[in-house]
Design a protein around this ligand. Sequence first.
Ligand SMILES: *Cc1c(COP(=O)(O)O)cnc(C)c1O
Length: 348
Amino acid sequence: MTDSPPLRLRLDGAALADNWHALDRLSGTAACGAAVKANGYGLGARDVTGRLIAAGCRDLYVATWAEAEEIADLCAGRSLSVFHGVRREDMAAAIDSPARPCLNSAAQIMRWREAGGGACDVMVDTGMNRLGVSVREVRDGLLDGLRLDTLMSHLACADEPGNPKNDDQHKALASLSERTGAMRMSLANSAGIVLGKKYHFDLTRPGISLYGGAQVEALVPHIRQVAFPEAQVIQRRTIGPGDTVGYNATFTADRDIELAILHIGYADGYLRGFSGTGGARFGDAACPVIGRVSMDLVAVSVDAAPETREGDWLAIDFDLPAASAQSGLSQYELLTTLGRRYQRSWYE
Ligand SMILES: *Cc1c(COP(=O)(O)O)cnc(C)c1O
């Protein structure tokens, strides 16, 4: 087996730690946790968890029990919570796990009580209509007697600072502050942290911004890029006027163009939204994507760097806010679809 794949993902550990420190500062007196679900947003759950804990993070969140199991040893002495709670088939793993469930429905709460489950979190739905018990159920005493660590809710529109729904959701959660025996309350994801102090409660739960995402302008100056895909040139060619490039011949040259064929494509999470819009760099030279992205390959113009040769490496433009604008994909999709073919290496 070869150990030198034609594409690599450089991961900046210092940027990850700096992003957590920035979000921790922005969270004021609230603790700053970290969502490491979906394999650490595609970057590697164990790698990001170890680094975030070393940075000082004490509250980790995953979506499933399999994800909890994968990092449980790293989280010893820290708090680990499973957003999706306990389905019937999760109970055996959940009861034995050092992680807490975040219970989402009356049925899950009953299941947890009947099994004699210990500390838990609860999600209350304040307007997203996704997971969670209702504000009314909490008022009516559904949580009474639970060993409740964190009562949390989740914002539907945190990336729209002007949306009045944010304030509605804040009010709904705040209205429960005296109603339960929860040790802590939590509302804000990454973008929620910069909505204002009142959104912080006791604990914030950023995810995407740890990994370089900035959904709102207010986060941009604080957040650094963490994931840097690079792809190798596997062929060079020159095309002339009238030549077309790629599937469906969507690009036709009107002049001579120097092309480099890079070993990256939609199977690597470089989805077709980058067709004709994405870019790469060779040193400082900008190398725009030409034509459609294929499964494993993409063509870029190296007119600005004609010295590029087979075997050279190009850095893919992957600043998340910019790449999202180019591709029409969300910053979350850009990270979580990165494929398995990259040689991943952390530096710092
Ligand atoms: C994923 C998730 C987060 C993190 O959200 P980001 O937008 O990535 O910061 C926080 N809370 C819940 C409930 C989540 O599912």
